[in-house]
Design a protein around this ligand. Structure first.
Ligand code: EPU
Length: 357
């Protein structure tokens, strides 16, 4: 185990902001993860577990304790004619893993192509995009409990999955370290083409019966058009992806916002989608845009992506406080205009005032 000191964290995040980790260690095996946890415990150091850094805002002060970078590698698979079970180590690059499943002609993850980050992060926030969520295919999460150092296999039903949440970021936040995730996929299964953007892509004559590979390519190209694919040199993807969750509200609340929209922005229909338990999902991007934040909006060294209003972008040299200033301005204006409170999607690291979020 090689403990390093004062390691800048910004390069480990897609947003490229944040100060240093007081101590930093990279673990390549379960044993090394246990050792690092014991090291932090013995020295009473606060522990932060770092994966791909694609959904993080690290404070300018950085992290006062130990940052544990999960670099466990390896993919194994087993299966029969219909189903394939993939076991992927938490540190594996997510999109490389999706590419592998598609190359094996297995369906279930193709719509999750092009998402930055590592496999270990996917159950934590129940990663979802273009009509799929990992909760649909995860069969087991192998994790280490920080308090006891013991490892557990947690079944899907015990993960508490819902929109962008699981037990790992709610009731049991910071209590487990994901080590390996298992996904059950369909061999020779059909790709899922439910999301409007994908239907539009294929209706435009791109292919009548697309293959898994064609759907993967389409998702990556749609993501790129929204700067939600990491492309070297594209400033608009220096972000944490969607900065706010799409608000899930009651029918009555959605009707209220819709009536308001008819008055405030006549002719611009409020996007609303069915959500679990009869609720309604609103589009945070639309609410942001219709509150006066156009694509490409700037506030000092930060701004809103030129390609999607839900991404806050570091235009170069930004500090975490600059990101927070724009986040606060957006939340205030959206609440003032629509009476809807937007909840940030990324994880905030090293901020001591929870009311900042
Ligand atoms: N819209 C705008 N302006 C924009 C973009 C979108 O008004 O600049 C409106 C449009 O009405 C559009 C609607 O918002 O129809 C929804 O936009 P989009 O299809 O781009 O999806 P999203 O709701 O903004 C969510 C996820 C994304 C995921 C896409 C596709 C959340 C918070 N975000 O975005 O996930 O890729 O759907 O499934 O649920 C992420 O979590 O980081 C992320 C990128």
């Amino acid at each position: 185990m090689r403990i390093q000191e004062n390691i800048p964290l910004a390069p480990f995040t897609t947003l490229h902001v944040g100060g240093p980790a007081r101590y930093f260690v990279e673990s390549h095996s379960e044993h090394e993860v246990s050792e690092a946890v014991a090291y932090a415990f013995a020295r009473k150091l606060p522990l932060f577990v770092l994966g791909g850094g694609s959904n993080l805002v690290v404070s300018d002060a950085g992290w006062p304790g130990l940052v544990l970078k999960i670099s466990l590698a390896g993919v194994e698979f087993e299966g029969d004619i219909q189903k394939m079970l993939f076991h992927v180590a938490a540190g594996e690059n997510w999109d490389d893993f999706v590419a592998l499943t598609v190359s094996k002609n297995c369906s279930g993850l193709e719509c999750l192509s092009g998402i930055p980050g590592t496999a270990g992060g996917t159950p934590v926030q129940n990663v979802g995009a273009y009509g799929q969520e990992v909760s649909e295919t995860i069969t087991r999460v192998h994790a280490l409990e920080i308090a006891t150092g013991k490892t557990f296999d947690i079944s899907t039903s015990d993960c508490g999955f819902a929109y962008r949440t699981s037990r790992f970021n709610t009731t049991h936040q910071n209590q487990f370290i994901v080590l390996e995730v298992s996904y059950r996929l369909h061999r020779n299964g059909d790709p899922k083409i439910d999301y409007a953007d994908l239907k539009k892509f294929f209706a435009a004559g791109n292919s009548a019966n697309p293959t898994l590979q064609q759907v993967r390519d389409a998702v990556r190209s749609i993501r790129q058009s929204k700067a939600m694919l990491i492309v070297e040199g594209d400033e608009d993807c220096r972000s944490a992806g969607s900065f706010f969750k799409n608000p899930i509200v009651s029918q009555a609340e959605a009707d209220r916002v819709q009536s308001l929209a008819e008055k405030l922005v006549p002719g611009k229909a409020l996007p609303r989608y069915p959500a679990a338990n009869g609720q309604v999902k609103l589009a945070a991007a639309w609410l942001v845009e219709q509150s006066g934040f156009h694509k490409g909006y700037s506030l000092g060294p930060v701004g809103i992506s030129r390609k999607h209003t839900l991404a806050i972008v570091n235009r170069g040299g930004a500090a975490a406080n600059d990101i927070l200033a724009l986040k606060n301005e957006i939340q205030k204006k959206v609440f003032g205009t629509w009476g809807v409170s937007l909840q940030p999607e990324p994880v905030f690291v090293g901020f001591d005032r929870s009311d900042d979020r």
